[in-house]
Design a protein around this ligand. Structure first.
Ligand code: HEM
Ligand code: HEM
Length: 183
């Protein structure tokens, strides 16, 4: 179950890919509603966006705890120092920017005087007072920080593809199908 020296555990793999899918869905839903006219459809899409985001928030919290308890596999041999540093920086950059996005989204809703919806089943009211100024502040952060996530994500995916297809090492396999025996 624990992350071994060369491969991620199945829990870490599931958490990585479910969060990744969640974030792609959130980027799509967020941008989709941004382009819509005011009205009930826009509000519905926003509520769906916020509901999916609550799942991602829960998964990210579990993931962060898992990472602190289990760590991550060491870099494969022969990776230059600057690439190791860049990889660590991008991974932590992703954690931070995703949390900023989750917090700013929740604060946008809460300072707007609303509870966080969850698929119409229940809603979570944060102990935050409605306030126009802070609403605008958090909204601006939320409308900007997804760009940081997108840029880091592009670097992250290109690095994964470079490792897999150019360096031909186990970096992509160790978080997907697993490292082949003897490699
Ligand atoms: C990783 C998590 C998240 C991602 C990637 C994300 C992404 C986005 C994007 C791309 C937009 C459109 C921004 C724009 O208009 O330029 C947006 C808008 C919005 N998001 Fe999120 N979001 C996330 C989490 C949340 C959470 C946790 C909530 C609330 C519970 C939330 C509530 C909203 C709201 C209310 C808007 C509309 C704000 C506005 O008026 O522009 N988001 N989100
Ligand atoms: C929004 C989506 C994504 C986020 C937030 C994300 C974040 C992360 C983070 C933080 C790690 C470090 C391990 C950990 O702490 O769990 C990681 C590892 C990894 N990710 Fe992603 N990732 C995303 C999407 C992707 C995609 C689409 C690919 C595929 C091309 C990918 C490929 C990898 C690989 C290969 C590793 C292992 C790197 C290593 O072991 O050094 N990720 N990801």
């Amino acid at each position: 179950m624990h992350d071994t020296k060369i491969e991620y555990s199945s829990a870490a793999k599931w958490l990585h890919w479910s969060v990744a899918i969640g974030i792609f869905v959130l980027l799509w839903l967020g941008l989709q509603q941004a382009g819509m006219e005011r009205g009930p459809e826009k509000l519905e899409l926003r509520a769906l966006h916020a509901s999916v985001a609550l799942i991602v928030l829960a998964l990210m919290a579990v993931r962060l705890v898992w990472r602190f308890l289990n760590g991550v596999p060491a870099h494969p041999d022969g990776i230059p120092g600057w690439q190791r540093a860049a990889s660590t920086l991008v991974h932590w950059g992703l954690y931070i920017s995703v949390f900023v996005q989750l917090i700013s989204g929740s604060m946008t809703v809460a300072t707007g005087g609303n509870a966080l919806p969850f698929f119409g089943l229940f809603s979570v009211a944060l102990p935050i007072v409605e306030n126009d100024e802070s609403h605008e502040f958090w909204e601006e952060i939320h409308e900007f920080s997804w760009v940081i996530i997108a840029v880091l994500l592009i670097v992250h995916v290109l690095a994964a593809l470079y490792n897999h297809f150019v360096l031909k090492n186990n970096v992509l396999r160790r978080i997907t199908i697993g490292v082949r025996k003897g490699s």
